[in-house]
Structure formats: structure tokens, C-alpha cells
Ligand binder design. Structure first.
Ligand code: R5P
Length: 297
């Protein structure tokens, strides 16, 4: 199998290769034209014909440009005769637009999956997508491998802050994950309820069931932190209810604009995450876990 990666993922590709042998690798170079259009160019195209390929591609930051580069990479691999194409998207961009929340909105997650299918991706591997069920529903005909790293991330965070923390889901979407983690790790867990006004974007958070958080150490667990709005609101509520320390562990740390500032101001003592997106708060490398999963395909 040949490993294909864009130049901005060279370090990840190197890490993946340390954990899984590939017959060779191909780097995708990027050219940006003055009008903003981009062009992908693959090296060593003579090695492609008749071989299985595995692409590692981060689609964040610069999501829309990177998605275009990904489609161009796939088009080129098809042109040069790649056999089976496996695609690793450590973070699945657009996965929060998994339904038409408002009349007339596009269903972007489905559109991306449709593009990947039409470009002959047979296996898609991704780390903890926002909504697993929606992904599985849209991807019929393509094999999906979901790499669940919640257990590894939360266990690593607990090693740093101590096992006496309460696990908190910031919304009902994460409640099942937190319940499963709490039961597996034998840790108290509780769920918050989040409501988002789909027009204004205004978020309100409340405690789902009566629970005494006073004086406790809390670890909020989520799939991603984007603007930090959700976690800030949750942290403020938990602090108001008397939590002594509030930490957060999230798989995908997008941390857009002033998210870290917002989290600090809301009283978050530490942020823990993975390296699905490059960031300074990663305590877990996902490449060994991806390699393990890939070796079974
Ligand atoms: C939403 O349901 C997700 O699980 C995250 O809680 C959310 O996307 C985080 O976004 P933000 O950081 O902008 O609140």
C-alpha cells in the first residue's frame, strides 16, 4: 500500500509510517494561484498504477481550500490507475451540518460523502465524528471505520488531574459517550442540556438532573471545541454550582479565534485534546491508533 499525504501532513505521515509499514509514499504539493485557485501535484505518479493507496489528509485549518486539494488528489490518483483507495480524515470537516436544521439549508456532510464516493474512496477512516449515525446513514456503499479515542484521551487526562473528577457531558449529544466512559472507568458522570437557537446561534445550558457538584473537580468531555462557546457556558454554570476545578477534554481542538481566551475567562483550569488538529494542548497522538485500525483493513 502506498501512503499519500499533502506536504502540510508530512509529520503525521512520518508518524503513521513508524507504526505501519508502507511500500512507498507520495507527497502532494500545493500551488496557489493569484486568484486564490489551488492546484495539487503528486510526486512519483509512475508508482500508482495497480496499487492500493492510503491518503492521510487534514482538512482543518483552511477547510474549503484543503477539501478542494483532496478532491484534486483523488482525481489524480484515479487518473493514474490507483486500485483501492482508503482515506484517513482525522477530523471530518462539516460533520456538524448533518441535517437541514433550517428550511432551505444544504446538507453539507452528505455532499462531502457523495463527492468521496464518486471519486472512488472505498474506505473512509475518521476519528470520533460529531454524529456517527448520520455518517453511517450517508455513506452506504463505502466502508466507514470510526476510530474512537475517547477512552485513551479521558484516561490520559485523568492521569494528570486525578481519578476523583466527575465527567460532564456539555450536551445530550455527548451524554451517551460520557455515560459509557464513566461506566468503563468507574467515574461519576453527569449530563448537561444545551439548547441552541438555530437563527441567532444563542446557546443556553442547564443541568439535566439534580446533582451536587459543590466542591468537586470536573472534567467536561466533548467531541470538539470550535469557538469555545459551549464549553465556556458549561464551565460558568459548573462554577456557579460550586465546582472547585473545571477541566476540559475534547478530541478535536479547532480553537478558532479567541476560543482559548474565552475558556480561560470562564475558569477552565486546563485544556486536553488530541492531535487530529495541530494544537498546543494535545496529550494524545492519534497516528498509532489509526495505524492499528488500518492494519485490520
Ligand atoms: C456540538 O454539539 C458539539 O458537540 C460541540 O459542543 C460544539 O460544536 C462546539 O462548538 P463551540 O466551541 O463553537 O461551542
Amino acid at each position: 500500500m502506498i501512503l499519500v499525504y499533502p506536504e502540510f501532513n508530512a509529520a503525521n505521515a512520518n508518524e503513521l509510517s513508524k507504526n505501519l509499514g508502507f511500500q512507498s509514499s507520495i507527497e502532494v504539493k500545493t500551488r496557489v494561484f493569484p486568484n486564490g485557485e489551488v492546484l495539487a501535484r503528486l510526486s512519483r505518479t509512475d508508482t500508482i498504477a495497480g496499487n492500493d493507496v492510503c491518503i492521510f489528509f487534514s482538512t482543518y485549518p483552511n477547510t474549503n481550500t484543503r477539501l478542494q486539494l483532496l478532491y484534486q488528489t483523488l482525481e489524480t490518483l484515479n487518473y493514474y490507475g490507483a486500485r483501492e483507495i482508503s482515506l484517513i480524515l482525522p477530523y471530518l470537516s462539516y460533520s456538524r451540518q448533518d441535517k437541514r436544521f433550517l428550511e432551505g439549508e444544504a446538507l453539507s456532510l452528505k455532499l462531502i460523502i457523495d463527492f468521496l464516493k464518486s471519486l472512488n474512496v472505498s474506505n473512509l477512516l475518521t476519528v470520533n465524528p460529531h454524529n456517527k449515525d448520520a455518517l453511517l446513514q450517508f455513506s452506504k456503499g463505502m466502508k466507514i471505520t470510526i476510530i474512537d479515542v475517547f477512552n485513551e484521551l479521558v484516561s490520559s487526562a485523568l492521569k494528570l488531574i486525578g481519578n476523583d473528577a466527575v465527567l460532564v457531558a456539555p450536551d445530550m449529544g455527548r451524554c451517551d459517550d460520557v455515560k459509557r466512559l464513566g461506566e468503563a472507568l468507574n467515574i461519576t458522570h453527569v449530563c448537561l442540556e444545551k439548547r441552541r437557537d438555530r437563527v441567532t446561534g444563542e446557546v443556553t445550558i442547564s443541568l439535566k438532573n439534580v446533582f451536587d457538584i459543590n466542591g468537586k473537580k470536573v472534567l467536561i468531555v466533548d467531541d470538539e471545541i470550535s469557538t469555545g462557546g459551549t464549553i465556556s457556558k458549561a464551565a460558568k454554570l459548573l462554577k456557579k454550582l460550586g465546582a472547585k476545578h473545571v477541566y476540559v477534554a475534547a478530541i478535536h481542538l479547532l480553537l478558532v479565534k479567541n476560543a482559548v481566551d474565552r475558556l480561560n475567562k470562564a475558569g477552565i483550569s486546563a485544556i486536553f485534546g488530541t492531535n487530529t488538529i495541530s494544537n498546543p494542548y494535545s496529550i494524545l497522538k492519534v497516528e498509532p491508533l489509526i495505524a492499528k485500525s488500518l492494519s485490520t483493513i
